[in-house]
Design a protein around this ligand. Structure first.
Ligand SMILES: *Cc1c(COP(=O)(O)O)cnc(C)c1O
Length: 227
């Protein structure tokens, strides 16, 4: 694991240099789904500060068993009836993708007197198997979010298609970067695109070259998952 983390750190830095951003940084989220507590604790000793889970139940289990200073990220599809279990425990919800979830998050935020930090998930390639808004629906959705006082948009998230086709991947990531610029140009009150959460084990270097500043890496750190 230590070697993996060192190599990932170097790859991230090199990708930043290639993209002309050598003084910037990329947040590394260690994706810990299926990974046991002992292994996660080892990764924390090696400098991991942020972990991501894609299922609410597993996230809750990890939160109850790990140290408190960790930043938790909900990176998977979030059902409205499960919001109540995690909304006040995570740093960022990466999967805001529909109005019903927006309403539920805002409701919980009001009850708990909290601002909920979110990323909007975009399904750039419009894959049937993936969640997320279509590109054309993003701006109207953002304008809807402006009505909800307890929701703060901190950026955008995407999961690229599972392919080795570099050109296709670049296209997806650069579309996300253009969306970020488009939103910033509109100067919406209370919306800042601080994070572009994109890039996983197989595509994080390309994602960074195209402007990502938050990567979600699982198997690249922990090895192949055994389901
Ligand atoms: C599992 C998962 C990842 C990490 O995938 P790896 O290929 O293991 O790096 C990233 N993002 C999401 C949303 C995931 O579910």
């Amino acid at each position: 694991m230590q070697n993996n983390l060192e190599r990932i750190g170097e790859n991230i830095n090199n990708a930043l240099i290639r993209s002309g951003r050598k003084d910037e940084k990329v947040d590394l989220i260690a994706v810990t789904k299926t990974i046991d507590i002992e292994t996660i604790n080892k990764s924390l000793c090696l400098g991991i500060t942020d972990i991501g889970e894609n299922r609410v139940q597993e996230l809750e289990e990890k939160i109850s068993q790990l140290e408190e200073e960790i930043n938790y990220h909900m990176i998977g599809h979030l059902q409205t009836n499960k919001v109540k279990y995690i909304y006040d425990k995570v740093k960022l919800i990466h999967s805001l993708d529909r109005k019903s979830l927006l309403k539920e998050l805002d409701k919980r935020g009001k009850i708990g007197n909290k601002i909920i930090n979110t990323l909007i998930q975009v399904n750039v390639a419009e894959e049937k198997t993936k969640f997320g808004l279509k590109v054309d629906d993003l701006i109207p959705f953002i304008e809807e979010i402006l009505k909800y006082e307890n929701i703060k948009v901190q950026g955008l998230m995407t999961i690229a298609p599972n392919t080795d086709n570099e050109k296709e991947l670049r296209q997806v990531f650069s579309t996300m970067y253009k969306l970020k610029e488009k939103i910033e140009d509109r100067n919406y009150k209370n919306i800042s695109i601080k994070y572009l959460s994109m890039g996983m084990t197989n595509d994080y270097e390309i994602a960074i070259e195209e402007g990502s500043n938050m990567v979600r890496i699982g198997s690249g750190i922990f090895g192949h998952r055994k389901y």
